[in-house]
Design a protein around this ligand. Structure first.
Ligand code: PLP
Length: 439
């Protein structure tokens, strides 16, 4: 494939783009989970209109586009107020959860360099991270040369605080907890983890990437949760993704800090460049204005009332699916999920085969390991298809499984390999080969 010598007609481009979607996950029919958060047509339209209105604007230079500066400040302020940020709290918009987490770890590292200079003689800095925390945190640790120290989880899949305490050292600079963690949708004991961080002179980051714009509605609907946001003393930063349950366009998250002084660690400045004075608050240089505008627009369009209504729909769909799963002999929900994320295991089924069968009906489900389970991130639009999902799941579970083939065989094999280095190599080979598309 080369850049065509002569340009292609717009109508032809549109036709080809549409045609290429043929084998994609079905967002409009809500037959996929976790990668898109389908809600209502009007919400999608508001996000798209705002995105297009700021399609070319660039938040790299806030002086040129005061509109974006204002919208980013508003989005951060709304998020801080939702998550009970105290007087003096601050934040930034980023391109997504991974960038928010990378910056949270960088802030912890640079804060420690400044406030605990004696750490330099103690070897590599460490962060305590539950095994269920998102791999973006490991990517951050890898990039920033901080050693991840893995905290095991209890039978409830929440971080084991006693183990964390035993693993903490005088090199600990950051304690991480999730609200909720992705694999099972349960909240780590944030209060105790934050108290441990305070004892160790470390920062405490709460990864609420998936829960930040959902848990407050669970609480508002009258379901008490253990406190996990800035109401917990010792929590120093929180990440929350707008492009998940904020229903904004992709490329939008917030990273919030208890104080501006903490946030300062995240900002990069370079005054000696011949190209001018350079300052950047995040990893990206050029930052798409559309993502900021869409987040601002959707938050205003929905309001608390709109978010509550959508949360109710997700929770209702979750109830239908959870009841359905429990009604299938052998299947059980893992842990006690607090919102619209759940996973289930089975004593009697090969769930990877069940997932392949579901995919034949258009359902894309995430496969998990340790233990083998299937995972669902449930969106508002799933309320219309939840009953159908359960029916298809029941049918898939009722068909006897032979020897696993296809994807199920691959997941089964990779899950059982004792040499995890080989698994990582297999992942690298796969990622490396992705651009060799069939014609
Ligand atoms: C989605 C998610 C992330 C990563 O966010 P991206 O936007 O995909 O980079 C981190 N933590 C949790 C708990 C998540 O669910």
């Amino acid at each position: 494939m080369k850049i065509p010598e002569r340009g292609v007609e717009r109508t032809e481009i549109a036709r080809q783009l549409e045609a290429m979607k043929r084998d994609d996950g079905d967002i409009a029919g809500a037959r996929l989970f976790s990668l898109a958060y389908p809600t209502r047509d009007d919400v999608l339209e508001v996000a798209k209109e705002a995105y297009l209105a700021f399609f070319s604007e660039n938040a790299l230079n806030p002086m040129t586009f005061p509109s974006l500066r204002k919208m980013e400040a508003d989005v951060v302020a709304m998020a801080l107020s939702l998550l009970n940020g105290p007087e003096g709290a601050a934040g930034t918009m980023t391109s997504g959860g991974s960038e928010s987490l990378l910056l949270a770890v960088k802030t912890a590292r640079d804060h420690a360099r400044k406030t605990r200079p004696q750490l330099r003689e103690h070897g590599q800095m460490e962060m305590l991270i539950p095994v269920t925390a998102h791999p973006a945190l490991l990517k951050a640790a890898h990039l920033l040369d901080v050693k991840p120290v893995f905290v095991p989880v209890t039978d409830a899949f929440t971080a084991d605080v006693a183990a964390a305490r035993a693993l903490a050292s005088d090199r600990t600079i950051l304690v991480v907890g999730s609200a909720p963690q992705y694999p099972h949708g349960v909240i780590d004991p944030i209060g105790e983890l934050a108290a441990l961080a305070v004892e160790k002179n470390a920062l405490c980051h709460v990864d609420a990437c998936v829960g930040g714009f959902f848990l407050p509605w669970v609480e508002a609907l009258g379901n008490p949760l253990p406190p996990w946001d800035f109401r917990v003393p010792g929590v120093t930063s929180i990440s929350a993704d707008l492009h998940k349950y904020g229903y904004a366009a992709k490329g939008a998250s917030v990273l919030l800090y208890r104080s501006r002084a903490l946030r300062r660690n995240q900002i990069f400045a370079y005054g000696d460049w011949p190209g001018g004075l350079f300052g950047s608050p995040s990893i990206l240089g050029t930052r798409p204005g559309g993502a900021i505008a869409a987040a601002w627009a959707v938050m205003h369009y929905l309001g608390r009332e709109g978010y509550l209504g959508l949360a109710k729909r997700s929770l209702e769909a979750t109830r239908i699916i959870a009841d359905g799963v429990r009604s299938i002999p052998g299947m059980r929900i893992l842990g006690a999920p607090v919102m619209s994320i759940l996973s289930f295991a089975s004593e009697t089924h090969d769930l990877f085969v069940v997932a392949d069968r579901m995919q034949e009906h258009g359902w894309r489900i995430d496969r998990q390991q340790r233990p083998t389970s299937l995972h669902l991130t449930i969106s508002p639009a799933h309320d219309a298809v939840a009953a159908r999902f359960v029916e298809d799941l029941r049918a898939a579970a009722a068909t006897p499984t032979g020897e696993p083939t296809g994807a199920a065989a691959m997941y089964g094999m990779l899950g059982s390999l004792p040499d995890r280095g080989m698994v990582n190599d297999a992942i690298l080979d796969f990622m490396d080969g992705l651009q060799e598309v069939e014609k």
